[in-house]
Design a protein around this ligand. Structure first.
Ligand SMILES: Cc1ncc(COP(=O)(O)O)c(C=O)c1O
Length: 312
């Protein structure tokens, strides 16, 4: 029986983390056999993605040291982090404002609004950078009203993975683990998990997957060469190498996971699994590789219209 089946919790916040590892046998075969490939099911977090971990740590740390006292959290994300802030804000009684470009998908608007989040729309012409600039202007204009967490620079983001993801993987696989592979967005997952794993053993190889081009279709991931480098990205001594991943290869890996394993995940998960497969093939027999499935595939569908009354 799983440990989870008897779990009783006080709040949805306590459901974040402690995600299961799933073995991906079809991927092991593709890597040539004789290896183990495991994936951390981050889509099992209550907000549906890995970002629940960072959002929870960021908000709990800011509550603990007073940065959030009497303030609203404001950020410029419309993706998984926005959902995570909204969910945890609702559970902890912290008001949340998200700035999004006006052309953001109706799904993101509906999900975040359902939690009571205030939405502010920036010009769709200015994209996500325009939303970021607007959020910063709002903070500058009224610093007493807002707490701006800046997940790209906030040490609580990698800390969530140091205390959670990394420690959980070690509890599951301990000294058998040989490689950890994860895609980079804010870089919180790889920095925090990598740091924890390297502390356990320098011989665990940590591989960061990044899109092979600045124009890519891997939501959540960043091409470092053409992006603002996140201040939390401090790879020395933690990340052993970068692996470039094509959008087509990642999308194919997502499709195969769904068909061959019954695991329906987003495209950054496909990138991670394709990366894990390559790393396992290169390492050869005996490799024990862990990667991450950040979110579910249905997050990328256009949703059914969300209204109080349906006509069937
Ligand atoms: C779907 C998805 N995959 C991967 C990532 C990357 O994780 P991190 O920001 O910890 O590097 C994110 C982050 O936003 C994400 O939303």
């Amino acid at each position: 029986m799983s440990l989870h089946s008897n779990r009783r919790v006080d709040s949805v916040v306590d459901l974040v983390g402690d995600t299961p590892l799933i073995r991906l046998r079809s991927v092991e075969e593709r890597a040539g056999g004789g290896v183990e490939i495991w994936a951390k099911c981050e889509f099992e977090n209550p907000g549906g993605s890995v970002k629940d971990r960072a959002a929870r740590q960021i908000m709990l740390d800011a509550l603990a040291d007073g940065r959030l006292a009497g303030k609203r959290l404001i950020d410029s994300t419309s993706g998984n982090t926005g959902v995570a802030y909204s969910m945890i804000g609702a559970a902890l009684g912290i008001p949340v404002t998200l700035v999004m470009p006006a052309n953001v998908s109706i799904a993101r608007v509906n999900i975040t609004r359902a939690y009571g989040t205030e939405l502010v729309f920036s010009s769709e012409m200015d994209g996500s950078d325009g939303a970021l600039v607007m959020a910063r202007q709002m903070v500058d204009a009224d610093p007493d009203r807002y707490f701006y967490p800046n997940q790209y620079a906030n040490p609580s983001n990698p800390k969530a993975h140091y205390l959670g993801t990394g420690a959980e993987i070690l509890r599951s696989l301990g000294d058998r683990l040989s490689h950890f592979v994860a895609g980079i967005g804010t870089t919180g997952t790889i920095m925090g998990t990598g740091r924890r794993l390297k502390e356990h053993s320098r011989s665990i190889e940590v591989v960061a997957v990044e899109p092979d081009d600045s124009f890519h279709g891997l939501e959540g991931l960043k091409h470092l060469g053409s992006s603002l480098v996140p201040p939390i990205w401090q790879p020395d001594g933690i990340v052993d190498r970068l692996l470039a991943m094509g959008t087509d290869q990642a999308w194919e890996a997502s499709d195969s996971l769904c068909r061959d394993e019954g695991v329906f995940v987003g495209h950054s998960a496909g990138a991670n699994v394709a990366g894990a497969c390559e790393v396992a093939r290169q390492a050869g027999r005996g490799a024990v590789v862990v990667t991450v499935l950040p979110d579910r595939g249905d997050r990328y569908f256009a949703p059914m219209k969300w209204e109080r009354q349906y006509v069937w």
